[in-house]
Write a protein that binds this ligand. Structure first.
Ligand code: PMP
Length: 358
């Protein structure tokens, strides 16, 4: 039996993709072995690598000026790798900070170069993204970093921040491929696959070709130039994850691409926020204009009730609803693969729970 999976990551994957993986697990393409057992140097794996890249290019409408990389080390390594590769020759970066992951990205960037806070929403208790009138942008910055969706607080940018032509660097770990993006505004987008597009172990990095430079002093493995030159095959990549991302891209295309995904995700989020807003029993954590379509964070009148809620929900096969240990409360992660039916099951449970305990 499959549960209603509200895990924050690793998270739900599309059932048709898992079923396809299952049928192909013992023998993919008549090779007599699973993709995990293929050589990453085989022509067959190179074809899969290229197909997955092509899938991402189609969905995001990436032109030739973009390089697609499949790396390891998670988004956490990109907190360092991005500034290592971009902040040389005295370059400076601006960071827009509105939650846990953005703060971590900033800490790592400061170890590598000149990075400053151009806006923060700390005074709101991290309940919203910074407002445009709070921006203090450096017009000469190499990039402006932002976290498109703060997974722990459940706070998401409704649209990309306006940066007067300075390119964006985005940690899109928890909303990558969940809605359309204005790709022309970006210089670099990175994210772990494990929430919206695949299993853990692969980090997708999309970077503008004109930002890639050979940096002889930088460790070979930490240089985008190394991986770009070798199409992510400089060393052994996470082959299984790359194969699965390709299948998830096809599944997203079959749902109308990013536009279709965006509409489906917005509808799921609305169902859940409408339920939260329908009474005082549930209180949403994020301010309305910054509410995440991916991680719906909310509180109940007491911590005891929150614990009871998560325990009772689990009995009804709804898992992963406990909030992050750093902030408490409850969190329903409703990434791409979470079906509308799972969200409806949750809202039905919320009504039932409130009637009993409200
Ligand atoms: N950024 C965001 C927005 C995240 O949600 C996470 C993981 N939860 C990370 C970065 C860290 O990702 P990883 O575990 O892949 O390093």
């Amino acid at each position: 039996m499959r549960v209603h999976n509200f895990n924050a990551g690793p998270a739900a994957l599309p059932l048709p993709v898992l079923e396809q993986v299952q049928t192909e697990l013992l023998d993919l393409q008549n090779m007599g072995m699973s993709v995990m057992e293929w050589s990453h140097r085989s022509n067959e794996f190179e074809a899969i690598n290229a197909e997955t890249e092509a899938g991402l290019r189609r969905l995001l409408e990436l032109g030739d000026e973009w390089v697609v990389l499949f790396l390891q080390g998670g988004a956490s390594l990109q907190f360092s790798m991005a500034p290592m590769n971009l902040l040389h020759h005295e370059a400076r970066a601006d960071y827009l900070v509105h939650g846990t992951w953005g703060r971590k990205a900033l800490v790592e960037a400061r170890k590598e170069g000149s990075a400053r806070v151009a806006a923060s929403s700390e005074e709101s208790g991290w309940r919203r993204v910074p407002r445009a009138d709070e921006f203090d942008l450096d017009a000469g910055a190499k990039y402006v970093h932002f976290t498109s969706n703060e997974t722990i607080e459940g706070v998401q940018w409704p649209v990309e921040p306006e940066t007067n032509g300075v390119r964006l660097v985005c940690d899109a770990s928890s909303d990558i491929l969940s809605r359309p993006v204005r790709i022309e505004k970006y210089g670099l987008i990175y994210g772990g696959a494990q929430k919206n597009i695949g299993p853990s172990g692969v980090t997708v990095v999309l970077v503008r070709r004109d930002w890639i430079e050979p940096l002889p002093k930088l460790a070979t493995m930490l240089s985008y130039a190394t991986h770009a030159k070798e199409h992510s095959l400089y060393n052994t990549p996470a082959t299984f994850g790359i194969y699965m991302i390709g299948l998830v891209c096809e599944w997203i295309e079959s749902h109308g691409g990013l536009k279709g995904m965006g509409e489906r995700n917005a509808a799921k989020a609305k169902t859940l926020y409408d339920q939260i807003d329908s009474s005082d029993f549930y209180r949403g954590f994020a301010e309305r204009d910054s509410r995440s379509q991916m991680n719906v964070t909310f509180r109940l009148p007491s911590e005891e009730l929150e614990k009871l809620f998560a325990d009772e929900a689990a009995k009804q096969h709804m898992v992963g609803l406990k909030g992050h240990r750093s902030v408490g409360g409850l969190r329903a992660s409703i990434y791409n693969a979470v079906e509308p039916g799972s969200v409806e099951a949750l809202t039905a449970f919320m009504r039932e729970f409130e009637a009993k305990n409200g």
